[in-house]
Design a protein around this ligand. Structure first.
Ligand code: TMP
Length: 395
């Protein structure tokens, strides 16, 4: 599928090779049925937007088998509580209506007590089920004009629309913004958080790129995209989630002027050339170096006779393992807490996924931390582990 807002002006500049669906953890009997696509990235010079050239259909990624539950991280639960407090303080009145796009298991909306005025849209039925069981009003559908049009109480009457780590998943930004336009009040606010391009370039965390992450936004790109639809980016706040994210505040045109804070962020982005393809070309070279470095690290550990396991079968790990050609010859297993993943194998590279008990009983000499963005929480939890932690991103 081509992305609707941008396809024409895209300049592809790098490929990560054949990739499976990042979250399609696979059973042994289905190894020969895996789906692969060419993961090429490009830069849209019109919008200053970093994006995948091509991507699988959303239905291939967000379905009844989606194995990611927001509530699986204690750190993220705290983050969503703080996020809810931030929006309540700044953008809500009593009786305000709130919609969350991609509400997952309801971790964020659970912080709102007035359940009749909140709705989550969640296309993956297994996570939507979990939210519904916890009494979070959840529509198990994609957020689009056809589905939001059915919500007569919310049309033109919604003070706040929130999203976290989901707008970068939406190929049809045209329809997404039209849906927001249908729902928001005149002075309403759209707040969303996404992995930040500046952080990805800085950390060379190319594993932010996978089928679900069609876009990696900068403030400049967000400003340019929304401008096309008569919305203004009015503020932005860096976040330390997902290895470096940005929270964007968007309002209808001319409701609020851009904050000083936002102006500074936009100037900083210009200085480091996030608004041009130049920064992408530097990133491309750094990815190649990172790949060689991590492969050499693993080959050397193996030569020394060390055993290696992975910690957390993240979606990000699919990019690293497939791009770097790391498989079961290098890593014995990856441990993870997610029931849906345990007993399956990593997409494309077929490393077995084991539960935490297995990790404690089969301690490896070295552990590849794939959930490097949850480093503090995990290293604290596993402080008794005596071996070496490593990752392709500085820990
Ligand atoms: P994600 O990076 O795709 O969001 O996935 C995070 C994965 O990490 C998820 O499968 C749960 C796993 N995980 C653990 O196994 N232990 C942990 O302590 C944390 C924080 C995450």
């Amino acid at each position: 599928m081509k992305c609707k807002i941008t396809g024409a002006q895209l300049k592809p500049f790098m490929t990560f090779g054949k990739m499976p669906i990042a979250n399609a953890f696979v059973k042994k009997e289905n190894f020969d049925k895996e789906f692969f696509f060419e993961m090429q990235v490009g830069f849209n010079e019109d919008l200053s937007l970093f994006q995948l050239n091509d991507h699988p259909k959303p239905e291939k990624m967000f379905n009844k088998h989606y194995p990611f539950f927001t509530g699986s991280s204690e750190f993220m639960k705290v983050h969503f509580k703080d996020y809810a407090n931030f929006v309540k303080k700044n953008y809500l009145n009593t009786n305000s209506k709130v919609i969350e796009i991609g509400s997952n298991d309801g971790t964020f909306l659970n912080n709102f007590s007035d359940k009749k005025n909140i709705i989550g849209f969640e296309p993956s039925s297994n996570v939507a089920d979990k939210a519904q069981k916890n009494n979070i009003p959840t529509i198990n559908e994609f957020f689009n004009t056809s589905n939001v049009s059915k919500l007569s109480n919310f049309l033109g009457n919604t003070d706040l629309i929130c999203a976290s780590n989901v707008i970068c998943h939406v190929p049809n930004l045209n329809n997404l913004i039209e849906s927001i336009d249908l729902l928001l009040t005149k002075s309403g606010t759209f707040v969303f958080e996404e992995p930040y391009l500046g952080s990805m370039f800085d950390k060379v965390s190319y594993d932010q790129i996978y089928d679900e992450h069609i876009f990696i936004f900068s403030a400049t790109a967000v400003k340019n995209i929304f401008k096309k639809y008569n919305f203004d980016l009015v503020d932005a706040f860096p976040q330390n989630t997902h290895g470096g994210s940005m929270r964007y505040i968007v309002k209808r045109e001319k409701i609020s002027s851009p904050s000083h804070n936002l102006k500074r962020i936009l100037e900083d982005e210009k200085k480091i050339k996030l608004d041009t393809i130049e920064s992408c070309l530097i990133f491309k070279e750094k990815c190649k170096i990172s790949k060689e470095k991590i492969k050499n690290k693993i080959i050397n550990l193996k030569k020394e006779g060390k055993s290696i396991c992975g910690y957390a079968a993240t979606s990000k790990s699919t990019t690293v393992l497939n791009y770097c050609g790391i498989n079961v010859d290098h890593i014995d297993y990856i441990c993870d807490t997610t029931i849906e993943k345990i007993g399956k194998y990593t997409p494309g590279t077929h490393i077995p996924i084991k539960n935490m008990d297995y990790f404690y009983k089969n301690q490896a000499d070295s552990v590849y931390l794939f959930a490097w963005n949850h480093k503090n929480e995990i290293l604290q939890k596993e402080k008794d582990f005596k071996g070496e932690w490593f990752s392709h991103v500085a820990l």
